[in-house]
Design a protein around this ligand. Structure first.
Ligand SMILES: NC(=O)c1ccc[n+]([C@@H]2O[C@H](COP(=O)([O-])OP(=O)(O)OC[C@H]3O[C@@H](n4cnc5c(N)ncnc54)[C@H](O)[C@@H]3O)[C@@H](O)[C@H]2O)c1
Ligand SMILES: O=c1ccn([C@@H]2O[C@H](COP(=O)(O)OP(=O)(O)O[C@H]3O[C@H](CO)[C@@H](O)[C@H](O)[C@H]3O)[C@@H](O)[C@H]2O)c(=O)[nH]1
Length: 450
């Protein structure tokens, strides 16, 4: 059992802190956001992650997990301090390290005994050393020692708990072998593969992994765009490609591009890291470019099919960047909806949990008048009622299980433009829809393969 403090109680800090408590450690999760901590202390979970609420409550009741905004005390009383603060994209594209630096300063000021500081935030190569120097600069008693370890996080939103409890590997970068071993031992109950390396390589692994996954997505989206022009079906292409174990079948789902709090910012950050050392990272630059263009795929299709969307009502299914999360950071919906509004359409938007976050985002980005052209609802069929077309942006379970007969009866025109390839072409033909998806033949002029 270790005494662990986790600084930052967002998607990563809250989930990993809870999982460390679940495997028997004494965990105190801290945040500078006092409102967030107050809600957590009262048993209210500020984010949506399947299964998280139950696990937090269980560990709170069993007194292994607690929450505080008294960060100095949490630091002083812990042996291991995890950094899980945000590293958002700055205006220039590089990772904003201000939260990491501030947290490191606080740790330095409060260092009262030997501690291991473990960085879980996604940070540019060299940040481990930077954290070390900031702590050293602020430490009061120079006799007190500490080590810095890098332990990047690979969880996905929407399946974060599952990913954390059953992690495929733990990457542990350390200069001090003993400190690295303590963090490796901490992971023992997860029964995972431990990969030990130096701090710089561990930091790079995180960016390289995300950039590679983003590359797979942009690659398949580029292939999808060609498929549309040559009459091939990208889902067949991806399946056939994926059967080669050197390629693998995962992350080859064509769509409207990747969103979320990680791929967009981490690809940009990697380009920036390369620039800093005089390297022109063309591959990842074009991955980003393809992704930006891909977000507009459904809007272009809508305009092409409907002619003019001015005055039309469009049902948009899905606001979150992926299913099972309330996170809308860099979600394609944030590009698609304003584009439709600017073209004069009225939008009726469905999402089971991401509506409040979207409303807040648009209240800052769109004018009052533009905002009035968007109606939000958690009632899927209500959103379809009387709409001229339906655009699918997130493959929520409710959307995948859409009752197509009912959907057809609600829509003014049986037109679905699907950015996530949710339905089979055969089914849509049978149900009598005009159905345009990504990288597949359009249904109104489809030749069904025999
Ligand atoms: N979200 C993901 O799926 C994911 C997965 C892997 C890695 N990461 C990385 O993990 C890091 C955290 O991501 P997130 O999505 O959890 O961020 P988040 O924005 O959801 O949460 C960060 C939290 O840190 C708090 N914070 C900021 N400064 C602090 C300080 N000095 N002390 C204590 N708390 C402080 C903020 O108030 C906020 O609650 C980022 O570097 C991100 O790139 C994220
Ligand atoms: O074949 C695919 C797979 C994903 N996506 C999109 O890619 C984005 C990201 O999806 P996913 O990777 O499942 O979710 P994240 O929560 O963003 O997780 C990624 O980013 C995290 C933060 O760094 C990492 O920890 C994870 O390993 C990494 O998968 C979403 O918009 C998806 O719709 C596709 O378009 N096609």
């Amino acid at each position: 059992m270790k005494k662990i403090a986790v600084l930052g109680t967002g998607y990563v800090g809250l989930v990993s802190g809870t999982c460390f408590a679940e495997i028997g450690n004494q965990v105190i999760c801290c945040d500078i956001d006092e409102g967030k901590i107050l809600r957590l202390q009262q048993g209210e979970i500020p984010i949506y992650e399947p299964g998280l609420e139950d696990m937090v409550k269980k560990n709170q009741q069993e007194k292994r997990l607690s929450f505080t905004s008294d960060i100095p005390k949490a630091i002083q009383e812990s042996e291991i301090i995890y950094l899980a603060v945000g590293t958002p994209m700055s205006e220039s594209g590089e990772a904003d390290l201000s939260y990491v630096k501030a947290a490191a300063k606080t740790i330095g000021q409060q260092l009262n005994s030997y501690k291991i500081i473990v960085n879980k935030s996604t940070v540019p190569v060299g940040t481990g050393k930077l954290v070390k120097s900031i702590i050293k600069e602020h430490v009061q008693d120079s006799c007190v020692d500490f080590d810095v370890v890098s332990n990047p996080e690979f969880l996905r939103e929407g399946s974060a708990l599952e990913d954390c409890m059953n992690m495929e590997r733990a990457v542990i970068g350390a200069d001090n072998d003993q400190a690295g071993q303590i963090i490796a031992d901490l992971h023992e109950p997860f029964h995972t593969t431990i990969f030990r390396t130096d701090i710089e390589s561990a930091e790079m692994i995180k960016y390289a992994a995300n950039a590679f996954l983003a590359t797979k997505i942009s690659f398949i989206n580029d292939i999808a765009n060609i498929c549309e022009r040559v009459g091939a079906d990208v889902t067949h292409v991806a399946e056939g490609m994926g059967m080669d174990s050197r390629i693998g079948s995962k992350f080859l789902q064509a769509g409207i591009g990747y969103g979320g709090s990680c791929f967009p910012k981490d690809t940009q950050a990697l380009v920036h890291i390369a620039q800093e050392v005089g390297y022109d990272l063309k591959l990842v630059q074009s991955v980003i470019q393809t992704n930006e263009q891909q977000k507009y795929a459904v809007v272009h299709k809508a305009k092409e099919i409907m002619g003019d969307v001015n005055g039309k009502t469009i049902a948009v299914l899905g606001l979150a960047f992926k299913p099972n999360t309330d996170d809308i950071r860099y979600a394609p919906s944030l590009t698609v909806i304003p584009e439709l509004i600017k073209a004069g359409a009225n939008v009726k938007a469905f999402d089971p949990i991401a509506i409040p976050a979207t409303q807040q985002e648009f209240s800052m980005k769109l004018s009052q008048e533009q905002q009035q052209n968007i109606a939000y609802s958690t009632d899927l069929y209500g959103v379809l009622e009387g709409s001229d077309a339906c655009l699918i942006l997130t493959e929520w379970q409710e959307v995948l299980q859409l009752d197509l007969e009912q959907a057809k009866s609600k829509l003014k025109v049986p037109l679905i433009i699907d950015g996530r390839n949710c339905f089979s072409l055969e089914m849509m033909l049978e149900k009598g829809f005009t159905y345009h998806s990504i990288g597949r033949p359009a249904v109104d002029r489809l030749r069904i393969p025999v």
